[in-house]
Design a protein around this ligand. Structure first.
Ligand SMILES: *Cc1c(COP(=O)(O)O)cnc(C)c1O
Length: 531
């Protein structure tokens, strides 16, 4: 095995003020890493293959005449490539990840241990039901907990993310309205809703109308009531909302919507703020998704798939999708699929996924629930809210907190860019936070707050970690208020500076193209390069 380094070229390193750059492009022990195709060293391979024997080709001229185009790398080169890339990914196992609304919290290792039990990890979704009764029992047990915690009636376990759960809920609502011959066209969405809400409603063919927020950052109840009518199919409300505030009028909202013949969808992605404290079923909600990958600590982002079960009211349960599990009087648990549904669940709108949902996430979420117990889950909500309020109150003297007057926040604290020196933005502050070793918070969302910064610390951070984060945020906020010009070049310590994120999002280049033979720069690098 030979290690071919012929592909190495000196780079032109990015430089910050007072930074001489490096000839390797590496920055301290953070190593620069090209694309694997750019590392291609020709005929190298991770294995020694015997010479190809001389055979007469029988492909009639269809044999390959060129290299297949896969990078040729040895095993150590390949291992290093992926290990270096993995180090460039900030994750919850590295440090505090303050993304508001995303609930990036510690994923207990016990969850991982349980998910890897061969009886759960190694089964096949097409295995005969009789051979996987333990897995079906687990799904049903988790369903029981979710129904119990939400005070709802039925459940769809199969949706694979929050947004997928929203789709499931709206399909239930549409099926229920169609069943009573009531073709309504409009879905009302408050300004403070998560962006997936209007997107889902539009995807389902509804016309979306906005409901304004009041000066407290909450739904304007009077404006909502005024707009209700025979054309409104549903209202989608995020509670707690994306300003990090509880909607205290939820019950009045549900009553008004029901009285006008509509249904209530609640975006329950932020259930972690109220789990064990408030039951959405008591607030008149008809459908709500729960992000297992947020509230119940299953990994997300690069760490694993999401899972978005949907709890349903008594009115909507008959329309929920298959498959689902049900426990019978004799204690047995049955998986209801098409065959059984014809008799037991004839109004179901159908099926959303090929199989039963994210089994690995179900295992993790149930482990989390059982290891916390009912009292522990309540503590989760209390600590998440306490941590967010600690951040809010520790920074409101340097960062404008537009809803601080509305009382305590829930699981996340929101700030605006008011008070920054002229020309300084939320983006500058977020980039400077990278230099301090923190992934930035959610920025410019929700839209109701100018230059919004939404911070969700979660309950799994210690006071020491919060204090360090607060110190970092305070420092960069003071620099933004003072108009420190150096802030505009941040990040200076990161491997990349300011990327053209709009171009990267609008014109992503997802396939590698060979550079032109004259040695011109590969478009992969130059088109989405440093600004
Ligand atoms: C995360 C989130 C969603 C979407 O969930 P996904 O699993 O990312 O699809 C919807 N609403 C709110 C309020 C969220 O925080």
């Amino acid at each position: 095995m030979t290690i071919n380094q012929s592909g190495w070229k000196p780079s032109t390193p990015v430089k910050g003020p007072g930074d001489t750059g490096t000839v390797t492009g590496n920055r301290a022990l953070m190593l620069e890493e090209p694309l694997i195709f750019e590392l291609d060293a020709g005929e190298s391979a991770g294995v020694d293959l015997p010479d190809v024997p001389q055979v007469t080709c029988r492909l009639g001229g269809l044999e390959r005449s060129e290299r297949i185009g896969l990078p040729g790398l040895t095993e150590p080169e390949t291992v290093r490539h992926y290990t270096r890339l993995s180090r460039q990914n900030y994750g919850i196992d590295l440090g505090l990840f303050p993304l508001g609304s995303c609930t990036m919290k510690h994923n207990p290792r016990l969850n991982e241990k349980m998910a890897r039990l061969p009886g759960f990890a190694d089964i096949h979704p097409l295995a005969p039901k009789e051979t996987v009764s333990g897995a079906i029992e687990l799904i049903n047990e988790l369903a029981f907990w979710l129904i119990d915690l939400t005070g709802m009636h039925g459940l769809a376990m199969s949706p694979k993310a929050g947004a997928h759960g929203e789709l499931c809920g709206l399909l239930c609502i549409r099926a229920a309205l169609e069943a009573r011959g009531d073709a309504r066209e409009v879905v009302l969405v408050p300004e403070s809703a998560h962006g997936t809400n209007p997107a889902t409603a539009a995807f389902c063919g509804y016309r979306v109308e906005n409901i304004p927020a009041n000066s407290d950052g909450r739904v304007d109840l009077e404006a909502l009531k005024e707009r209700l009518g025979p054309d409104v199919a549903a209202v989608m409300i995020t509670n707690p909302n994306t300003c990090g505030l509880f909607e205290p009028d939820m019950k009045a909202i549900s009553e008004a919507v029901h009285a006008a013949g509509g249904l209530v969808y609640c975006d329950g992605a932020n259930f972690n703020a109220i789990v064990g404290k408030v039951r959405p079923g008591d607030l008149g909600i008809d459908a709500m998704h729960i992000n297992l990958h947020k509230t119940f600590s299953t990994p997300h982002g690069g760490g694993g798939p999401g899972s978005g079960p949907v709890v349903l009211s008594e009115a909507l349960s008959p329309f929920g999708p298959i498959p689902y599990t049900a426990r019978y009087a004799d204690g047995s648990v049955k998986l209801i699929e098409e065959e059984e549904a014809a008799n037991e669940h004839p109004s179901s709108f159908g099926r959303m996924t090929a199989f039963h949902g994210q089994m690995g996430m179900f295992t993790r979420a149930l482990t989390y629930i059982l290891s916390h117990g009912a009292d522990g889950l309540k503590q989760v909500a209390e600590d998440a809210v306490l941590n967010a309020n600690y951040i809010l109150r520790s920074l409101e003297d340097v960062l404008d907190a537009p809803f601080a007057h509305s009382g305590p926040c829930m699981h996340e604290a929101i700030f605006s860019d008011r008070g920054f020196a002229d020309g300084f933005t939320t983006l500058d502050l977020a980039k400077a936070l990278i230099d301090e070793g923190f992934h930035p918070m959610t920025m410019y969302f929700p839209l109701v707050v100018h230059g919004a910064m939404l911070v969700e610390p979660t309950e799994t951070e210690s006071k020491a970690a919060l204090d360090q984060f607060i110190a970092a945020l305070r420092h960069v906020a003071e620099r933004a208020r003072a108009g420190d010009e150096a802030l505009k070049s941040a990040p200076i310590h990161a491997p990349r500076r300011r990327l053209d994120e709009t171009l990267a999002a609008r014109k992503p280049i997802v396939a590698y193209r060979q550079p032109a033979p004259d040695g011109a720069e590969s478009p992969t690098r130059s088109e989405v390069g440093d600004r």
